[in-house]
Design a protein around this ligand. Structure first.
Ligand code: ZN
Length: 222
């Protein structure tokens, strides 16, 4: 089977190196228990088809936690959906993008890397993998909308609610908690989300907005 559906583009620095590819790779690989890893097939300068493949000696799905399995499934299913292409324009600590932009297909792997991993014991709130899964699923949902190829950004944003809602479901499974709906607070210079953890406690998580070095503060509020 040739998977051809997640295409990541990386900016290149003045030495021609891909910017953000190490962080992108690390977010994926660190969520897969050493059993699977990101595989890249270069298609053009800075452009890659991304799939998941077994590591050497790995490939055992039973070694993944429930969250890791959800991450694997969500990413792998999209990579193997040959009916559409999810284009990800990967940026690193871009001050115009927080986590990702639905309108522009940009994902900021620098921001995502500031969050704990699904592989960390006792992880709370957002995880790097949950954020990546959310942005990936959201763009994939967009490709399910009739006539999406010819939509402008305004028309695309009119589909955001539905795509975002679906992406939250995926993110919840990857994070192993529940993002609380209707509770987000956008202060202009920070953004706060709330999560109900598996043990019933609630995590408040605030990230600075539109900076080159996102700062994340988490608190257990009950
Ligand atoms: Zn969303």
């Amino acid at each position: 089977m040739k998977a051809d559906d997640i295409v990541a583009s990386f900016q290149t620095d003045n030495k021609g190196n891909d910017v953000g590819k190490a962080e992108y790779t690390n977010i994926i690989n660190s969520g897969l228990a050493g059993q699977f890893e990101a595989k890249f097939e270069q298609t053009a300068n800075g452009k890659y088809l991304v799939t998941l493949g077994a590591t050497e000696g790995g490939g055992d799905l039973s070694k993944l936690s429930a969250e890791q399995k959800s991450f694997y499934d969500s990413f792998n299913d999209i990579a193997n959906d040959h009916s559409s292409i999810v284009a990800q324009d990967v940026v690193l600590n871009d001050d115009t993008v927080d986590w990702g932009s639905y309108a522009s297909n940009k994902i900021d792997v620098g921001d995502m890397s500031k969050f704990n991993s699904i592989s960390d014991k006792g992880h709370t709130g957002s995880t790097a993998q949950g954020l990546l899964a959310h942005e990936t699923d959201e763009q994939h949902q967009f490709t399910k909308v009739e006539g999406y190829q010819s939509m402008n950004k305004i028309q695309k944003m009119n589909t955001w609610d539905t795509s975002h809602e679906h992406a939250i479901g995926v993110e919840n499974a990857v994070n192993g908690n529940e993002r609380l709906k209707g509770r987000d607070i956008n202060s202009g210079n920070s953004y706060t989300k709330f999560f109900k953890e598996a043990n019933g406690s609630v995590t408040s998580e605030t990230a600075t907005s539109f900076t080159k070095n996102m700062q994340v503060t988490k608190m257990t509020i009950n």
